[in-house]
Design a protein. Sequence first.
Length: 121
Amino acid sequence: MRSFIAIARALSDENRLRALMMLRNQQLCVCQIIEMLGLAPSTVSKHMSILLGARLVEAHKQGRWMYYRLAGKNAPKRAKQAIRWVITNLSDAERIIKDNKQLEKLLKIGRDTLCKKQRKK
């Protein structure tokens, strides 16, 4: 029951849902997620920590930065089901479509440029 509650809690915030949707096609650096959500680094880190605790995302550290991706094949069944449910139901949401367009532009800038920008803040 605890894992179900963690997943439900993780899915109860718009910014966390947006982050999940950004990760559906690729791994992203936390600096890219910060830029997309327009939130403080500490706030984004807290959101990602909640998603990680619910096992909806996986993370690894490379140098100074954390990288996130959707939970993979070793994720619990409930987490996989939740991810599929979110993607199915939010793919055509106006906010997600807008985020997709913004993310395309952001990915062209390059991670290194964004990381340097975040480091200066």
